[in-house]
Design a binder for this molecule. Structure first.
Ligand SMILES: [Zn+2]
Length: 260
């Protein structure tokens, strides 16, 4: 590895109480609570700051009955990262909880998969099952980003900085991408919603919001192949991330986990 070794942080910005049955296809309604956390991620090193996903706003949290804890940009500021100055934002997919707020990053190129834009603006959105986690204003906003020359499209795998690459996984949505990062402990993979929870991946039980179950299952294999070990794969919504990884300081306990 000749690339810089990056620092990687998970920043929690929202929370949702729900039952385990809602997190698995064929979930057992007798199962107990299994809450979901919402994160954005910061990759920092070699003079670069790359933000992965932009979260959702307080009004969106109210609309969707989620507990909003802080604007994701405030969470990033706790790490000294100013959203207005960030040059690269990876949008793993266009679901409301990953792409809201992207206007708070006016200097950033937005890295998106071709297939995700096709999915979010194409025929599948005629069907409520597929469009449920999308917000039309987010998608229209991203189209405006295209016309403003801000979107950098990728078709499959692409290196966006030395030691930082995006990888088309699909599954959860048609064009979901994961992010692989060179760190001091090896190759780390931010799975985003290729795996909401460790349990989805470890027990091979798919999350019920899905475009292609086959691609989702294949995606877990892909994540493991990209990472140095299964422990180097970071799920997108699991509260265990904050339990398994240390806060960078006492003041950030329960808000930020350092993943590298
Ligand atoms: Zn999500």
């Amino acid at each position: 590895m000749n690339a810089p070794r990056y620092e990687v942080y998970a920043v929690k910005y929202a929370h949702h109480e729900r039952r385990a049955a809602e997190n698995f296809i064929g979930g057992d309604p007798h199962d107990g609570p299994m809450p979901l956390d919402y994160f954005v991620w910061l990759v920092r090193g070699g003079g670069r700051e790359i933000v992965v996903d932009t979260g959702f706003s307080a009004p969106m949290a109210a609309k969707r009955a989620r507990q909003h804890l802080r604007c994701p940009t405030e969470g990033l500021r706790l790490l000294g990262c100013e959203a207005r100055a960030v040059r690269d934002v990876v949008i793993t997919h266009l679901h409301y909880d990953h792409v809201g707020n992207f206007d708070l990053f006016p200097a950033a190129s937005l890295h998106l998969q071709d297939l995700e834009m096709r999915y979010a603006s194409g025929r599948h959105m005629c069907d409520p099952f597929f469009r449920g986690a999308y917000e039309v204003e987010d998608v229209v906003g991203m189209v405006r980003g295209v016309y403003a020359g801000r979107v950098r499209f990728h078709d499959g795998d692409a290196e966006i900085a030395p030691g930082v690459s995006v990888h088309l996984i699909g599954g959860h949505t048609m064009g979901l991408q994961a992010v692989r990062v060179a760190t001091r402990r090896g190759w780390l993979v931010l799975a985003s919603d290729a795996a909401h929870f460790y349990a989805n991946m470890e027990q091979a039980r798919p999350f019920p919001i899905v475009y292609s179950v086959a691609d989702m299952v294949e995606g877990w294999r892909r994540l493991r192949a990209l990472a140095d070990s299964p422990g180097h794969v970071i799920p997108g919504h699991d509260p265990l991330v904050l339990a398994r990884y240390p806060a960078p300081s006492g003041a950030l306990e329960g808000i930020v986990a350092r993943l590298d």
